[in-house]
Design a binder for this molecule. Structure first.
Ligand code: ZN
Length: 296
């Protein structure tokens, strides 16, 4: 997606990696994959590669500029982080900060960092390695996390890694705690307002305190929603009951996803998910008995 303008707010996608991703049966272990082939006529080739049978995915954050704030939403995997369970993410070395700078923001210019949730692929650039220590990448930012999300990962980081998500891989220690120790963390609740253009809504289920960020127009109506991992892939617009393997509370995740799809379908409301392949932004539109994703 090119820069998108929603009223007075501009939005840029800051890509860390994109391309062929998971096999659908891995990401959606409980789904009937025949359905994917029924929807291939609108999913391929942008979101599904029939040749390899793999999903096309992206990992990115968003730079969001309002007249009052420069906001970064979701900070990907990050560089130099030991993530032994993922070959692609382990000790990564990618020019994400340069991409951010090309979009017009130096790290010092970021006022607010918001993580939709605290999974390992949404918090990485919160910190960077400097003289063998993890330091906040955005020294002038307030880092906003939902209170319930923070409490959950703080309490469970000592737990058996086979429980729950199980793949935080010290991301709380290297990407959250150094920011907390620097005094930059602000814990927020449902309804939190960054300014008149941006508000937060709790949509729990994928994780206990998953939040989405709403973009408001001049008249206050919601014109766009940064949906984090409520939707992992466009097929979930057609099948909102499909949970990804990373959804922690199956029932709550379905409830949140169905609620999101219901409020967006055929509405004048763009969605900005964190893992949809380019062009990423789009609308949910009705098509026969099922909704689909229509990229902008
Ligand atoms: Zn994710």
């Amino acid at each position: 997606m090119d820069t998108i303008r929603l009223g007075a707010v501009t939005i840029d996608r800051i890509v860390e990696t994109e391309g062929l991703g998971f096999y659908p049966g891995f990401l959606f272990p409980q789904a009937d994959l025949e359905a994917l082939h029924d929807e291939a006529h609108w999913l391929a080739p942008q979101f599904f590669d029939p040749g390899s049978g793999r999903l096309r995915q992206s990992l990115h954050g968003f730079l969001i500029r309002t007249p009052r704030h420069t906001v970064l939403l979701d900070t990907c995997v990050g560089n130099d982080k030991p993530r032994p369970s993922s070959r692609a993410w382990h000790m990564q070395d990618l020019p994400w900060l340069e991409t951010l700078q090309k979009a017009g923001a130096r790290p010092e210019a970021i006022d607010v960092v918001l993580c939709t949730h605290l999974h390992v692929d949404h918090v990485g650039w919160n910190t960077r390695l400097q003289n063998s220590r993890w330091v906040p990448t955005f020294p002038n930012a307030r880092y906003l996390f939902h209170r319930t999300e923070y409490a959950y990962w703080e309490a469970t980081r000592e737990m058996d890694p086979s429980i729950g998500y199980g793949r935080t891989e010290n991301s709380f220690e290297d990407s959250i705690l150094p920011v907390e120790e620097a005094g930059l963390v602000e814990l927020v609740d449902d309804g939190y307002r960054i300014d008149e253009f941006l508000t937060v809504t709790l949509m729990a289920g994928h994780s206990p305190g998953h939040i989405v960020l709403n973009v408001h127009g001049e008249d206050g109506t919601v014109r766009g929603i940064f949906t984090g991992d409520i939707l992992h892939h466009p097929i979930q617009c057609a099948y909102p009951n499909w949970n990804s393997r990373y959804c922690l509370d199956a029932e709550a995740a379905r409830r949140s996803r169905n609620g999101l799809v219901d409020q967006c379908v055929d509405a004048d409301r763009l969605i900005f998910p964190t893992h949809f392949a380019a062009p990423t932004a789009g609308r949910i539109t009705s098509a026969g008995t099922r909704a689909r994703f229509s990229p902008e």
